[in-house]
Design a protein around this ligand. Sequence first.
Ligand SMILES: NC(=O)C1=CN([C@@H]2O[C@H](COP(=O)(O)OP(=O)(O)OC[C@H]3O[C@@H](n4cnc5c(N)ncnc54)[C@H](OP(=O)(O)O)[C@@H]3O)[C@@H](O)[C@H]2O)C=CC1
Ligand SMILES: O=C(CO)COP(=O)(O)O
Length: 330
Amino acid sequence: MSRIAVIGAGSWGTALAVSLARRGGHELCLWAHSPAHAAELTETGENLRYLPGFIVPMGIHITSKLVKAIEGADIILCVTPSQHLRAVMTEIAPALQPHQVLLSASKGIEEKTFLRMSQVMKEHGDNPIGTLGGPSFAQEVAAGMPTAITIATDDPLLGKSLQDDFTSASLRVYRNEDVTGTELGGALKNVIALAAGIVTGLELGSNSAAALITRGIAEITRLAVACGGRRDTMAGLSGVGDLVLTCTGSLSRNRTVGVELGKGRKLPDIIAGLNGKVAEGVRSTTAALGLAARYGVEMPITEQMAAILHKDKSPKDAIRELMARPGRTE
Ligand SMILES: NC(=O)C1=CN([C@@H]2O[C@H](COP(=O)(O)OP(=O)(O)OC[C@H]3O[C@@H](n4cnc5c(N)ncnc54)[C@H](OP(=O)(O)O)[C@@H]3O)[C@@H](O)[C@H]2O)C=CC1
Ligand SMILES: O=C(CO)COP(=O)(O)O
């Protein structure tokens, strides 16, 4: 049995808590950012804001007190939006015990520092660290639909024990030792999913979507390998697996933002319509470009996405420019 503190009661943190409760055998705590949300979760037994329609089992202890939430935990599963992880880590760092495992399930890159989530965690202590990725819409995991994910940690023994902790009849867990690749696959696919949504919003057809996914994995792989990730990881669940899911699945928030951009709506209006839900690709795009510049990697789709998001470039012009790039080998 492990004591697991799930830090973040958005849709993904809640779905993971529900999945772990269904698996059984663990003591679970779920931390909600706002006290009002924690109270609502406790009273209704349902995450009405972020994951309506699923019972949050009574056995899960709910709190909005961060330090209390991690007290006695063996695994601290961080599932906040990426740009908020640093504040969470700063608050819990003084209370961390050396054996506590920090496992990130967020999919983003810090906007100003270009750091991956495990790197943000590492700045706050010497605890064992891992990351959880792969194609996994929260709603489907909460519903117990068969899903395969990956847990990456550079310590194989820890990887095996985390694999056992999360595996259930509906959640198949693979493991690898490529934290960098697993994290970058998860963060960068969100940028390409925005672009895939644009293609759908502009009604450009299936050929365009397939081209974006394929050229998307090419540029994700270039950057991930330059940063020290493994090419093999990009062919796996947290690479092409998550990219395909997010570029094609209508449950994706990133893809949805892209669809609306393609239809001509403005980014601030689209974000306001998400009602607090996060589309990580919007802020990870800038960080991805920063990393690409640092490593001298070419990322044409990401560059066009940055111009659409932050320079008000027209999606049609961006597609035209991508199509007009000089011919090259594949
Ligand atoms: N949803 C999914 O299917 C999947 C999501 N992920 C990743 O999980 C991470 C979390 O996303 P998700 O669960 O979808 O989140 P949601 O979009 O469902 O919810 C947003 C969450 O952010 C919280 N929040 C807002 N401000 C802060 C803050 N300052 N500090 C901490 N938390 C804050 C909100 O809490 P409150 O309302 O109380 O302020 C709410 O819990 C992301 O990195 C995402 O990419 C990964 C796989 C699947
Ligand atoms: O990461 C996800 C599925 O694996 C969820 O994608 P969105 O954040 O685009 O909804």
